[in-house]
Design a protein around this ligand. Structure first.
Ligand SMILES: [Zn+2]
Length: 459
């Protein structure tokens, strides 16, 4: 009798120790929580050890295309090289050197979002569990078009559905190949690993005039007028324009991207109101998005009239990420509701879906965007954004030519942000091409290519 009891206790202890081992694996699974965000580094040896118990699920694009999956215990990337390079920043690498989807969504891929009991049962039974299949909001084919549209320049392109916040495409150049990380593991190539679309901070140039315009309208200065003589003196310094634009109102100033107009209008507005408007559009905010780590865009309160003039036209110390620029265009297109950018479409275990996209409003800086929309549509129809025009749909946009100090004088980043005004194609876009020249000549036609492809694919 005693022996039987002893044997039962021993069995029980073994069961418990297995359970504790399971819990230990779970608890030592490396996780970093930052606010509501949850990071995992798959490169960590403990995670690799847990791969022995779990077959990680697949990463799919929104069309069901397999971007990363497990075959014969190996993780396999999309075989189409051109597409693989276009999505590499979104997917990330297996070494945890980038914050791609395999890091951001590791808890699903490795099944750590399932309840503890089912995990322990899995461990006790000794059967290899399978993680969740993660479907992303991106379309890899559209990402490929976005990367090609950058035409070999460093930079980024983002396309969003402005009603839902779903990121349909995101590309960052230069890129890297997650199947060939040797160079990076040896310490080189940092520039390629940065996802410029989400983390790259650029001077916004004239795309920032949209924020200045919003502040003017909000503060009863939408009727401001001036005459552009090609330059203006503010605080004893000269701010130049690309042309002598003559008499300008807000609509014409957006159409021509008139520096004189916006730097003078900002003096009427005052630094405080412009700063407040920028903050309402999520500048200077450490935003917490569930699916994405986005760099913090910067708008500093200007200390002098000259600095205020420059900051109102997107120079001075202004900085923005391409994703944020896309969100601003999306916000204007979506009647003032800025949707949180989303990358996670769904999570499924076999036929059971355990997570589905939930949309959220990230900010609501404006109650009425009808004027801004009209002025942006006008800028594409008649102004600096002409090369973004698409037959058959209404496109609105704003170009930007952001000056930066280069080795041989000033160089220019080429910008375009815009949208399609159409219920059937609720698309917003942002493109930045480093040192490519004017926004109207490079980024605008690049944005057109990406928007056209998006429509062709049914978005
Ligand atoms: Zn002008």
């Amino acid at each position: 009798m005693k022996n039987v009891l002893r044997r039962n206790i021993r069995t029980l202890l073994i069961v418990f120790s297995v359970m504790f081992a399971g819990l230990a694996v779970y608890l030592t699974y490396v996780e970093f929580t930052f606010g509501e965000r949850w990071f995992v580094t798959p490169y960590n040896p403990r995670i690799q050890q847990s791969e022995a118990d779990v077959e990680p699920g697949s990463l799919l694009d929104r069309t069901g295309r397999k971007l990363l999956y497990t075959e014969n215990d190996e993780r396999v990337y999309l075989s189409d090289k051109s597409m693989r390079l276009a999505i590499s920043h979104i997917i990330g690498d297996s070494y945890g050197m980038t914050y791609g989807a395999q890091t951001m969504f590791a808890k699903y891929l490795y099944g750590y979002d399932q309840d503890t009991i089912s995990r322990i049962v899995g461990l006790v039974s000794g059967e290899k569990r399978r993680g969740g299949d993660v479907r992303l909001t991106i379309d890899a084919e559209l990402c490929e078009t976005a990367l090609k549209a950058l035409d070999g320049y460093n930079g980024a392109a983002v396309v969003m559905n402005y009603k839902t916040g779903e990121i349909l495409a995101s590309a960052s150049s230069p890129t890297f190949d997650p199947t060939d990380m040797k160079e990076f593991l040896e310490g080189g190539g940092e520039s390629e690993l940065v996802n410029r679309a989400f983390a790259g901070l650029y001077p916004p140039g004239s795309t920032f005039k949209l924020i200045t315009a919003a502040a003017l309208i909000e503060n009863g200065l939408g009727g401001f007028q001036t005459t552009c003589a090609g330059s203006t003196e503010i605080g004893g310094k000269t701010i130049k324009c690309t042309d002598e634009h003559g008499p300008e109102d807000l609509k014409e100033a957006i159409q021509h991207s008139c520096n004189v107009y916006f730097s003078e209008a900002a003096q009427q507005l005052g630094g405080e109101k412009l700063y407040r408007e920028a903050n309402q559009f999520l500048f200077n905010s450490d935003v917490m998005f569930s699916d994405i780590v986005m760099g913090e865009s910067v708008f500093e309160k200007a200390g002098s009239d000259t600095d205020l003039g420059w900051s109102a036209i997107g120079q001075y110390h202004d900085l923005i990420t391409p994703l944020h620029a896309c969100m601003i265009a999306a916000c204007i297109a979506n009647d003032g509701a800025m949707m949180e950018p989303k990358l996670l479409e769904s999570v499924s275990y076999g036929n059971t879906q355990t997570y589905a996209l939930s949309t959220a409003v990230a900010a609501r800086p404006l109650d009425d965007t009808s004027l801004l929309k009209e002025y942006m549509v006008n800028a594409v129809a008649k102004g600096t954004g002409k090369k973004a025009a698409i037959k058959g749909v209404t496109v609105g946009g704003k170009t930007g030519t952001a000056e930066i100090a280069g080795k041989d004088g000033n160089e220019e980043h080429s910008w375009f942000v815009g949208f399609i005004e159409d219920e059937a194609h609720p698309l917003a876009v942002a493109v930045v091409m480093e040192k490519a020249g004017s926004g109207g000549s490079h980024a605008a036609p690049a944005a057109k290519k990406v928007l056209q492809k998006a429509m062709e694919l049914g978005y």
